[in-house]
Design a protein around this ligand. Structure first.
Ligand code: GUN
Length: 283
């Protein structure tokens, strides 16, 4: 048996099309702050800008030199917070080494109303309450949920295993599944018997960044697999799942590339539209 492909390119394109009218009516603007020259960041930013162009949304790429110091970055964040023309902005991660230890402070400085990455304590914390409070959720978990919903994958009462417990993906994704009445197990590098938990999953989401971490013997027949990992190898981009083998057992599986990646970008644009709507309500 070969699995249903969870086609992130297709679903993201549909999501972007559905946002076009709101973008035209509301005219939001996204600013992407990049410090330094991390090649992966440059590639992600190109994809974000391409999707902004696809929906004709205004955008600005603020590309700062590698040696930008914390004070200068904080001043730029304050300026963006105070600029009424800017709907939302993100500080692309990772930052250069000398700024890395300040990431929590930097994220805290971003006005939650403009935090379209959904990384701030306010936006993350609100998600704990219920789906109604997932106003600006982090883009990757939000994209995973939208991808699964598009293919009518049910959540209620299902066993979901999330592998990876990062603040930007694993933890918020766990919360979003709990909000949808799934039974969720979150695994991390300290988990004693990973295969025990992955075999139990009706829906398995993996966000680790280790190619082939999940092999066919670690999943049950009929599982739905969402591969959120992305690693650059000499053979191109690789997810965390042995796609060729696991697709023979799965009911549905997302590829890398072309799965969660495009959904993340489309979710970011959706957050810009949501942020603009809320700002207009408040003004
Ligand atoms: N680096 C990799 N993914 C992301 C993302 O979604 N947002 C930000 N700000 N940085 C990232």
């Amino acid at each position: 048996m070969s699995a249903l492909l969870l086609d992130g390119r297709l679903v993201a394109a549909e999501l972007l099309t559905s946002l076009q009218k709101d973008v035209a009516d509301l005219d939001p603007k996204l600013v992407v702050v990049q410090v330094g020259e991390d090649p992966a960041s440059s590639s992600y930013i190109r994809q974000k800008i391409k999707s902004c162009d696809a929906v004709k949304m205004r955008h600005q790429h603020l590309h700062l030199p590698e040696e930008t110091n914390l004070d200068d970055l904080m001043t730029i964040i304050n300026d963006l917070n105070n600029d009424d023309d800017v709907t939302g902005f993100i500080v692309q991660l990772p930052l250069p080494k000398h700024l890395n230890e300040f990431v929590p402070q930097i994220i805290r400085q971003i006005d939650p109303k403009k935090d379209v990455d959904g990384f701030s304590a306010y936006n993350i914390g609100k998600m704990f309450l219920s789906t109604e409070f997932e106003h600006l959720p982090p883009a990757t978990p939000s994209g995973v949920i939208t991808l699964l919903e598009h293919y009518d994958i049910p959540f209620e009462g299902k066993n979901v295993t999330v592998v990876g417990h990062s603040n930007t993906v694993g933890k918020p994704l766990t919360t979003m599944f709990l909000n949808r009445n799934a039974t969720v197990t979150t695994c991390n590098v300290y988990t004693k018997d990973l295969a025990h938990h992955t075999k139990d999953a009706d829906i398995l989401c993996v966000a680790v960044g280790k190619p082939n971490l999940i092999t066919a013997d670690m999943v049950k027949d009929g599982v739905v697999v969402v591969d959120i990992g992305i690693t650059k190898t000499e053979n191109g981009l690789c997810g965390d799942v042995d796609f060729e083998a696991v697709k023979e057992k799965a009911y549905a599986i997302s590829p890398v590339p072309g799965g969660v990646g495009p959904m993340t970008v489309a979710s970011l644009i959706r957050n810009c539209v949501r942020a603009k709507k809320r700002q207009l309500e408040l003004s």
